[in-house]
Write a new protein. Structure first.
Length: 363
């Protein structure tokens, strides 16, 4: 089944300056999540199936701590299941799942772009969540190797102290302007799942099949002036801290920095962007299989999805979730024709070509 994440369009870029969730540092290493205030809207559900379980669940996740901690804490509180969290980059953790194929040490993979999860589908159990009927069909994986968690538009984030009013970039093409050379924050797509999605978004916006998309990527890389970041969190932090003027990042990351007090703005590019979901997957052969499935069902339950935007500035994938407030409606954001299957099936080739360009082997 060929999937595409695209919808309605607007003719002009939307420049947003909103107050929303705070940014934080990524958590590293293995540990149970620190105590964190659980979202009030998430505290009322019964999670009946999970409540009958016990034991532990080990979760591999590239998510930021401010997203993981309250969700994992709430799951642990409701069910009594002990949660062990192992954090790292999407690419790093997926390779770990692959390396542990014959002796899986993790139970759930929580986070990462859906196309990245699909590319590693052979290492995940086929599981259809009990909440499947309430999830938008456009976000689902027909093979049920992963369950979508939230829709994540890609945007341009800029620091208002460094960009004069009226000179904000309006789209991806504006990132090639020489005045931004060396001032753009961008993560290595070999290490960052969101950055890989951004590369495919560029290819989709400028021409995936005629070579024009790769020409844009080459010019974009030239304007980075050799400054490639090793993780996606470094992008929005770098812009918020004035280390970079602009950054290509996730909408939710920029919104959380806005609420945290950073003087930043958001641009939804005129050429169109993508809103590929991140997801969850049960690791094949998981030692705590039932607990893993219970966590997946919990993460896409209505109360958790209802508080996604309020607490984490993310867009829910449930059709019955509360309407998103304070940000442009999905129908008002121009989205590119993003071919999910093509992206997942060609991920290795795309990364290799990107690397050849970076190293000067493909000019």
């Amino acid at each position: 089944m060929r999937k595409k994440w695209y919808a309605g369009a607007v003719a002009t870029a939307l420049s947003v300056s909103l107050l929303a969730g705070c940014g934080s540092n990524d958590s590293k290493g293995g540990a149970s999540p620190e105590a964190s205030k659980a979202p009030e809207s998430a505290s009322s559900a019964s999670s009946e199936g999970a409540a009958k379980l016990s034991g532990k669940v080990t979760i591999y996740s590239p998510n930021q701590a401010e997203i993981n901690n309250p969700i994992l804490k709430e799951f642990q509180t409701r069910t009594g299941i002990e949660v062990e969290l192992i954090s790292g980059g999407t690419g790093e953790l997926l390779k770990r799942v692959q390396a542990e194929e014959n002796n899986p040490l993790g139970d759930v993979f929580f986070g990462g772009g859906a196309e990245s999860l699909a590319a590693y589908g052979q290492y995940f159990e086929v599981y259809e969540t009990t909440e499947s009927a309430n999830i938008g069909d456009a976000y689902k994986d027909s093979a049920n190797h992963f369950t979508p968690f939230s829709a994540l538009p890609m945007i341009i984030m800029y620091n208002k102290d460094l960009v004069k009013e009226g000179e904000e970039p309006q789209g991806w093409q504006d990132l090639l302007d020489p005045k931004w050379k060396g001032k753009i924050a961008f993560a290595d797509p070999a290490k960052s799942g969101s950055s890989f999605t951004q590369i495919v978004t560029f290819l989709s916006a400028f021409g995936r099949d005629d070579g024009q998309g790769w020409e844009f990527v080459k010019s974009f890389l030239d304007n980075l002036d050799g400054k490639m970041l090793s993780g996606s969190s470094m992008v929005y932090k770098g812009v918020a801290d004035k280390e970079f003027t602009l950054g290509v990042t996730l909408e939710e990351a920029a919104l959380r920095n806005l609420e945290g007090g950073a003087n930043v703005g958001i641009i939804y590019p005129v050429e169109g962007t993508s809103a590929v979901p991140d997801g969850l997957a049960v690791i094949k052969g998981a030692k705590n299989m039932e607990n893993a499935k219970a966590f997946v069902d919990f993460a896409v339950s209505k109360d958790v999805q209802d508080m996604l935007q309020k607490e984490f500035k993310r867009r829910p994938v449930r059709t019955d979730a509360n309407e998103t407030q304070g940000i442009p409606a999905s129908k008002d954001i121009k989205l590119v024709d993003y071919d999910f299957d093509w992206a997942s099936q060609n991920k290795d080739e795309i990364i290799k070509k990107f690397t050849r360009i970076v190293t000067g082997q493909d000019k």
